[in-house]
Design a protein around this ligand. Structure first.
Ligand code: ADP
Ligand code: MG
Ligand code: MG
Length: 909
């Protein structure tokens, strides 16, 4: 970074239909700043202001406050003057004051992560001038008390002292409401507001030991620095880590002229979406409040009203509000202020057309004039993501490739989770209803505090309302339930972004944090009680509700079909049972890339035979035990081959160290001894004999088959016989027999010979034959290094990237938990290499293995079957390396299919 370069622009102005920046400059101006500039450029009314770049945040972290303030002071002064000119008011002036907001804005939106201060520039004198100038004393003092409250919270650290406590300013307000016997902030008298300002300032003095700052410029710098600091606050750091955003991005600071939604009945503020962020439905929707400012709508202290009439009617039905009551007390903006509504409707359409994506917007109405304050591509659920992409494709707004690239593959996961069984739902007892804020099905035990979200395995975080501090707990909980707040409340927005089931604004719930109880209609529920949430209907249900597997249908199915048009790399699945194979096939798997045969041995009736085999001292004894395993294995293979009929199935020969199969408890050891007619001592000593210091590097994989060839023989026979039995029934099986853990070509050759000899024998016995392949896993670095030799023999390669990662890094997968999290926290590693393929290192082995393998066998079929096969960035790497397929767990198949299509599209662009 060139800190000394003085010509660099650090402050970008916007407003009055011009701007120094634009929407392409998100990295420098942050999302909010870049879009404010863009809106200004396309003629949408935004209050004028300026953006201090994200680079300045990084400079601040390096150089500290003084140096940075000095560096940007001239530019900031010039930019404030520009706002003053446009607004015809003066910052800090006692007669005609300009007030500003100070807003954070990172390059990606981090809702509620960073804090905003409104009405900055007020003090005891300016407030009097503002009251006179606007002829609205109530508004001036309301703004002042809000300013002290926000500045106190964000800049001066006036937070609640413990989690049961409420915000110190709220506490003062609540006390006054109680004394005056009123409910709403809007009921305060002017004198009340003056008293609040006084009490707030006293509270600040008492807690911080300093007077509240009166000089507007001091206030401004205090707020700017607070925004920079918030980039390294707990909430922001947590959110960044959750999404893997690097800490050196920094945040921009936006300083913008205030527009006032709190000037009375002709003013208001709101939030709106150009389409439904929960379901994706193409309807304009949102919420607003009259005589309100900033976060009032999302804070959930007053019941927000719907913007459209359609939305209002739908809301009334859910909230059980009679039409007369609705029309009188909760009219839509469309009904209340038709011309403002029309203008807003025009802007939302214009913005959606401009950005070609669903927009999430903020607006304020100041005395009958509409101002737009923010727009961004809206966060949405997985279901909405799919529907919006497919709808926009059909509406001709985007093309097929763009529609596919709109999909965040990992978000499809939400659509693949179980849903409530309609039969169970019919019988369920609905205790209350809230708003369907974020779809999904969640069952869990009630907890009331975000930091207790992991108190039970499955929890429902139940709150009066949520705040940004609750983020971590919201992420852990299965579902989120709030008593207050609308469809745009913090809980709702964050839940939709996380794809988490959420029911908000369930007014019938009485929540008591102190007693940890939830009361509905006189019935009390306690912490730990089970409830279920239906995020699609808003129903809150007593107890647990059974779930069923989801299906690929509607737009989701259309999207997957579309992906097949572009994907060239195939997607297979890792499946050990016919059931998994069927699920994967229904999700579009094009074969099985890995069947782990050992999983079949763990079932009760089989483990005994397996143990007998392991404990046998002689070849004869082993063969005897294997004979009883043979029919079971053959049945397993028949089931899987049948489920995948016509598609290739890769079967891996026995892989894990044998000691994993022997009993470690005395009772079971005794039982085994009796069954085998040997002494307990003999069993015990055999088990001791099997113990290894490093089992993962020990007697496992092909080393088993090469030392006990009869195991390979039995498995090969089971596979071939299964395929032949199915052939007799007219079912095509395509086995691909895979030898695990080879490091030298000789290890492979010996196994291959056993397999082929056995197959030949079986063919003769059946007087029939089938086609099959014999290939190998590449999971030991030496195999990758000698892949050209191995490919002369092997008919296919499959990279076992779990073991390959383990051996390339020298990290034991079973022990890495002790240091990997620390490594990631300290930045030694960016991500867990067992989750995301390490392209730089392990990836080189994959690349080399593929290239070397194909140098001796140009058509060599190459795949990957580690956990990485379902991770989008790893899938893209596999595509670029020229792999024929990736293989992943059944539920990740659709994710990998989209990632495969995206990789092909990106390369073609
Ligand atoms: P967040 O990133 O948490 O949404 P914002 O910076 O968007 O925070 O601001 C919080 C609230 O204050 C929003 O409702 C926004 O519309 C409002 N707001 C911000 N700046 C102004 C302004 N200059 N005039 C009026 N309202 C504003
Ligand atoms: Mg905002
Ligand atoms: Mg392995």
């Amino acid at each position: 970074m060139e800190i000394l370069e003085s010509v660099k622009t650090r402050v970008y102005k916007f407003g009055n239909k011009t701007a120094d920046g634009n929407s392409k400059m998100k990295n420098l101006l942050g999302g909010k700043g870049a879009n404010l500039a863009e809106m200004s450029l396309i003629g949408i009314p935004v209050p004028p202001g300026f953006t201090i770049t994200t680079e300045v945040c990084t400079e601040y972290n390096l150089l500290g406050q003084e140096a940075v303030v000095n560096m940007i002071l001239p530019e900031v002064e010039k930019s404030i003057a520009n706002i003053e000119n446009i607004m015809e008011a003066k910052f800090g002036d006692k007669e005609n004051p300009l007030l500003v907001s100070v807003r954070s804005g990172a390059r990606v939106s981090m809702p509620g992560m960073m804090d905003t201060v409104l009405n900055l520039g007020l003090n005891d004198e300016v407030v009097v001038g503002l009251a006179k100038r606007t002829n609205n004393e109530r508004f001036a003092w309301d703004s002042y008390r809000r300013f002290i409250q926000m500045y106190g919270d964000v800049v001066l650290g006036m937070k609640p002292e413990s989690k049961e406590d409420i915000d110190p300013f709220e506490e003062i307000m609540e006390a006054l409401k109680h004394k005056r016997n009123i409910q709403l902030d809007t009921e305060f008298t002017i004198q009340d507001l003056k008293d609040l300002v006084y009490d707030f300032k006293e509270a600040v003095k008492k807690r911080t030991g300093h007077d509240f700052p009166t000089n507007p410029w001091d206030q401004l710098w205090g707020a700017v620095v607070a925004v920079f600091n918030s980039w390294n606050g707990d909430r922001a750091v947590y959110y960044r880590n959750m999404h893997g955003y690097p800490s050196d991005w920094g945040t921009a600071v936006n300083v913008q002229a205030m527009v006032y939604g709190n000037m009375g009945n002709n003013s208001g503020t709101g939030v709106c979406f150009s389409r439904d962020a929960g379901t994706g439905e193409d309807v304009f929707n949102g919420e607003y409040l009259i005589d309100a400012q900033g976060e009032d709508v999302v804070a959930g202290t007053r019941t927000p009203q719907q913007i459209t009439k359609l939305g209002s009617l739908r809301w009334a039905e859910l909230a059980k509000v009679e039409e007369k009551d609705r029309a009188k007390n909760y009219p839509s903006l469309e009904e209340l202020m038709p011309s403002i509504y029309n203008e807003l409707n025009e802007y939302q359409q214009k913005l959606e057309d401009h950005y070609k994506d669903m927009q999430d917007m903020e607006f304020t109405i100041q005395d009958g004039k509409l101002w737009m304050l923010q727009t961004r591509n809206g966060k949405r659920t997985g279901a909405a993501m799919v529907k919006i992409a497919m709808d926009m494709l059909k509406q001709g707004m985007i093309n097929e490739k763009e529609a596919l690239l709109r999909i965040e593959p990992n978000k499809l996961d939400e659509l693949l989770h179980p849903v409530f069984d309609p039969k169970a739902l019919k019988k369920s007892h609905v205790i209350a209803q809230g708003l369907p804020a974020s779809p999904g099905a969640a069952t869990g035990q009630i907890v009331f505090f975000a930091d207790e979200a992991n108190k039970f395995k499955y929890t429902i975080l139940t709150r009066i309302e949520t705040s940004p501090e609750d983020l971590e707990g919201m992420n852990i909980a299965r579902g989120i339930l709030t008593a207050r707040g609308g469809m745009t409340s913090h809980a709702a927005v964050v839940a939709r972004g996380m794809g988490k089931c959420c029911v908000s604004g369930a007014g019938a719930l009485k929540i008591n944090y102190k007693t940890r109880t939830l009361t509905v209609d006189g019935k009390e529920y306690h912490e730990g009680d089970w409830i279920s949430l239906n995020g699609s209907t808003g129903n809150i249900i007593e107890g647990k509700v059974a779930t069923i597997e989801p299906e690929l249908s509607g737009e989701f199915a259309e999207l997957m079909n579309l992906s097949d048009k572009y994907a060239t790399m195939q997607v297979r699945t890792n499946a050990d049972t016919p059931k998994d194979a069927r699920i994967a096939r229904s999700f579009g798997a094009q074969g099985i890339g890995l069947t782990r045969t050992e999983h079949m041995f763990f079932e009760v009736d089989r483990i005994k035979a397996m143990r007998e085999m392991i404990l046998a001292d002689t070849v004869k004894g082993r063969k005897h035990a294997l004979e009883s395993l043979l029919p079971m294995q053959r049945d397993d293979f028949e089931g899987i081959f049948e489920a995948m009929q016509g598609l290739p199935v890769t079967v891996r020969l026995l892989d894990p160290p044998l000691h994993e199969f022997v009993p470690h408890q005395l009772a079971q050891q005794k039982e085994l001894a009796e069954e085998m007619h040997i002494s307990l001592e003999a069993v015990k000593s055999k088990i001791v004999e099997l113990e290894e210091f490093n089992p993962m590097l020990g007697h496992r994989g092909c080393r088993l088959g090469n030392t006990y060839p009869e195991i390979t023989e039995m498995q090969a026979r089971a596979i071939i016989e299964a395929a032949l039995n199915l052939k007799a029934k007219g079912i095509v099986a395509k086995p691909e027999i895979m030898v695990p853990l080879i490091g030298t070509v000789a290890e492979f050759e010996m196994q291959e010979q056993i397999i082929r000899n056995t197959a030949q024998k079986v063919f003769e016995e059946y007087n029939d034959s089938i086609d099959f392949l014999v290939g190998t896993m590449i999971e030991i670095p030496r195999a990758a290094l000698t892949a050209d030799l191995i490919a002369k023999k092997a008919e296919f390669f499959s990279f076992g990237t779990n073991d390959l990662t383990q051996m390339a890094f020298g990290y034991s997968r079973d022990d890495a938990g002790k240091f990997l999290p620390i490594y990631i926290e300290k930045g030694i590693l960016k991500v867990d290499p067992f989750e995301v393929l390490d392209q730089e290192g392990v990836g080189q082995l994959v690349k080399m293995g593929t290239e070397k393998g194909r140098s001796s066998k140009p058509n060599l079929k190459v795949g990957i079957c580690g956990e990485h096969g379902g991770e989008p960035s790893s899938v893209e790497f596999c595509y670029n390396t020229g792999l024929n397929y990736v293989s992943c767990s059944p539920y990740r198949v659709p994710i990998a299919r989209i990632a495969s299509a995206q990789a092909a599209i990106k390369k073609s662009m």
